[in-house]
Design a protein around this ligand. Structure first.
Ligand code: ADP
Length: 160
């Protein structure tokens, strides 16, 4: 039953780690910051259906910002502005986490920061590791609050 699933999920999620539930790098929809937001690019963002899109510079290991699909409503595709320009106008911080962190700790991060998408990196770090130390490890994926909640309730959330 749903009640049993919740109890099992709550017991298991302390043992589960970011890497067990994250979206792996190959599956991540990301864009290069030099890309111009013409109609074609806007259509690609729209079709992806994602709310938050990591933006990299040259290489997917080099994530520099997060593009919010909702910020695109102010943009005229005829202007063909670079994604990088949107980021400097409307910067959204990138937050990094080790893929080895357990989900109870990730949940706390989500509850205490306004950030609901974290970039996952290879490597174990102690509790006091800085964001730049974690970010130096290889990027392996991303995790959102939804990934943690799905583990907790032991079910897929059907997206709109
Ligand atoms: P959204 O609001 O964009 O639908 P959610 O936070 O609801 O994102 O997450 C839904 C699922 O999509 C999760 O499994 C999450 O890891 C994944 N996800 C979120 N953003 C991206 C992205 N840019 N590329 C690939 N997967 C993503």
């Amino acid at each position: 039953s749903a009640d049993q699933s919740l109890i099992i999920g709550a017991m298991e999620y302390k043992e589960k780690r970011v890497k067990d539930v994250m979206t792996s790098l190959e599956q991540c929809f990301m864009l290069d910051k030099s890309m111009r937001l013409n109609f074609q690019a806007m259509l690609a963002v729209y079709k992806s259906g994602f709310t938050r899109i990591p933006v990299y510079s040259g290489d997917k290991q080099n994530i520099e910002g997060i593009l919010y699909a909702k910020d695109l409503i102010l943009i005229d595709p005829d202007d063909e502005v670079e994604i990088g320009a949107v980021l400097s106008f409307r910067g959204r911080n990138v937050f990094h986490i080790s893929e080895d962190v357990t989900l109870d700790k990730v949940f706390k991060v989500f509850m205490t920061s306004a950030n609901h998408l974290l970039i996952a990196h290879r490597g174990s770090f102690d509790e006091n590791a800085s964001q730049s130390e974690i970010a130096a490890g290889e990027v392996t994926g991303l995790i959102t609050l939804e990934d943690v909640i799905e583990q907790l309730i032991q079910a897929e959330i059907v997206d709109e």
